[in-house]
Design a protein around this ligand. Structure first.
Ligand code: SF4
Length: 429
C-alpha cells in the first residue's frame, strides 16, 4: 500500500507452453477446441534444449527492449504433466539466464489435479504463484472439467488446491488464485457461494468465454445478465455473511476504479497492456496471446520462432502491432458509452469477427452494461459517491497500448489492488 506516486515499469507477459497436452478434456477449452491447431504438431512436453533457446531469446529481447519485469506463466495444456525434475530444471534455467538482466516473476495456471506435496515444494522453491482452475461445486465443475474418460475432476482439483493453500498459510508458497469460467447454464450465486462459504476462498476471478462474433456462446445475453446479476447481489452481501470483503477481480477492479481516480488509472494501465503478451509453444514457435490465436488462423504465423526471430522483431511485426491498434481503437458505440473509461469495450477476444477484425463492441456489451450499471449504483450510494463516479467516468483514459515499454507513473492510492489472482502483479518501485 502506498500514498506515493508509483512508477510502473515496462513489462511483458510470456505464456510458456511447457506441456501441450492435458489430462482433462474441458469442452470449452480455447486452446484445444477452437481455431488454434498448434498443439497438433508440437511435442507434448517442452524439451530441455528448447527451454535453453527460449531463455536465450528472452535474455536478448529484454536487453534490447529494456524490459524490466518479465512475467513468465508456465502454461499448457497442463503444465504439471512435465516431469518434476524437468520443470524444476526449467525454472532454474529461466532464473539463471534472466535474473541479471530483468526481474523474473514466474506464475502457473494449473487444473490442480496433479498437485502433491512435492510439487508444492518445487513451486515454493521457485516462488511460482499458481492459479488453479475451478468452475464451482462438484456437479458444475465435474460437468465442465472432465478427464478424457468423462470422469469429473473436482475432488482431485480441490485436494491440490488445499495443499497449495497450506503452503501459502505456512508462508512458503506465493498467493494462490482461482480462475472460474462463467457458465450461465448454472446459478452464478451457487458458484460464488461455494467458493466463499464452502471453500473459504476470498479472492478469485470469473472469466468470460474467449469467443467473439463467430460463436453463438454469448446468446442470448439475458442468460449472462441474470448470471452476473446473481453474482453481484451475492457479492454485495459477503461482508455481512463472512465478515470480510471478497474480491472478484472482474467486479472489484471496476468498483475500485469507480471509487478513486488512482485506481481508475491502474485499470487504464491494465486494460491498455492486457495483450502485451507473447506465447511460446513447446517447440519454440512464437505467437500472440494464446487467447487471441484461438480466434482465427489468420492471427497466427507458424513460421515464427525463438530461433529465427528476435523479440523486438516480433513486437514490431504486423501481428503484434495489429493487436496494439485494436486495443487502442474505440468502436463507435463505445465512444459515447457512459462506461467507456472502466469498460474499454470489453475484452478484445469478445470483439473479434473473422473478416472485420476487432472494430466492434464486446459481444457481452449488454452484460457489461448491466455489470457497470449495478456497480455504479452501489458506488453512488456511498458518501460522495456520485461526485467520485462523475469525476472518473468523465475523464478519458490516458494510457494506451501504443505506449508499450514507456514507463508510466501513476498517482498514489491508499487502497490495495485486487490483483492476487492474476499471474501478473503490478510493479511498484
Ligand atoms: S458497455 Fe458496451 S458500449 Fe459500453 S464500453 Fe462496454 S462494450 Fe462498449
Amino acid at each position: 500500500m502506498s500514498t506515493q506516486p508509483q512508477a510502473w515499469s515496462n513489462c511483458l507477459d510470456v505464456v510458456l507452453k511447457v506441456a501441450e497436452r492435458c489430462n482433462l478434456a474441458c469442452p470449452y477449452c480455447y486452446y484445444f477446441y477452437q481455431e488454434n491447431e498448434l498443439h497438433k504438431t508440437t511435442p507434448a512436453l517442452m524439451a530441455e534444449d528448447t527451454a535453453r533457446d527460449v531463455a536465450a531469446f528472452l535474455r536478448r529481447g529484454v536487453q534490447e527492449l529494456g524490459i524490466q519485469h518479465l512475467y513468465i506463466g508456465l502454461h499448457g495444456g497442463e503444465p504439471l504433466l512435465q516431469p518434476k525434475k524437468r520443470l524444476d530444471a526449467l525454472c532454474r534455467t529461466l532464473r539463471k539466464e534472466l535474473s541479471d538482466v530483468t526481474t523474473v516473476h514466474i506464475g502457473m495456471q494449473t487444473n490442480g489435479t496433479r498437485l502433491d506435496q512435492e510439487w508444492v515444494s518445487i513451486l515454493a522453491e521457485h516462488q511460482v504463484s499458481a492459479g488453479v482452475s475451478l468452475d464451482g461445486p462438484p456437479h458444475i465443475h465435474n460437468a465442465s472439467r472432465p478427464d478424457h474418460k468423462g470422469k469429473g475432476s473436482y475432488d482431485a482439483t480441490v485436494r491440490g488446491l488445499r495443499l497449495l493453500q497450506e503452503g501459502v498459510r505456512a508462508g512458503t508458497n506465493r498467493a494462490t488464485g482461482i480462475l472460474c469460467v462463467a457458465n450461465p447454464n448454472h446459478s452464478g450465486e451457487e458458484v460464488v457461494k461455494h467458493f466463499v462459504e464452502d471453500l473459504g476462498i476470498d479472492n478469485f476471478n470469473i472469466l468470460l468465454p474467449r469467443e467473439g462474433y463467430d460463436s453463438e456462446v454469448w446468446k442470448p445475453q439475458s442468460k449472462w445478465v441474470n448470471y452476473f446479476t446473481e453474482i453481484i447481489k451475492y457479492w454485495q452481501t459477503t461482508p455481512k455473511k463472512v465478515g470480510k470483503l471478497v474480491t472478484i477481480q472482474l467486479l472489484s477492479e471496476i468498483m475500485g476504479a469507480m471509487v478513486a481516480e488512482p485506481r481508475a488509472e491502474r485499470l487504464d494501465f491494465r486494460r491498455s497492456t492486457r495483450h502485451h503478451i507473447i506465447t511460446i509453444s513447446g517447440d519454440g514457435k512464437l505467437s500472440l496471446d494464446d487467447n487471441i490465436i484461438a480466434l482465427d488462423k489468420a492471427l497466427y504465423d507458424a513460421n515464427t520462432n525463438v530461433r529465427n526471430t528476435t523479440l523486438a522483431q516480433f513486437i514490431g511485426g504486423p501481428l503484434f502491432q495489429q493487436l496494439v491498434r485494436a486495443v487502442d481503437s474505440t468502436p463507435e458505440k463505445c465512444a459515447s458509452c457512459d462506461w467507456f473509461r472502466t469498460c474499454r469495450s470489453g475484452e478484445l477476444f469478445n470483439r473479434y469477427q473473422k473478416g472485420s477484425g476487432f472494430n466492434q463492441p464486446s459481444v457481452f456489451c449488454e452484460t457489461l452494461d448491466t455489470i457497470h450499471t449495478a456497480i455504479a449504483a452501489i458506488v453512488s450510494r456511498r458518501e460522495n459517491g456520485v461526485e467520485r463516479l462523475t469525476q472518473v467516468l468523465s475523464r478519458k483514459p490516458e494510457i494506451w497500448a501504443r505506449d508499450f515499454l514507456k514507463p508510466v507513473t501513476l498517482g498514489p492510492t491508499e487502497l490495495p489492488l485486487p490483483e492476487a489472482n492474476s499471474i501478473r502483479l503490478p510493479v511498484v518501485e
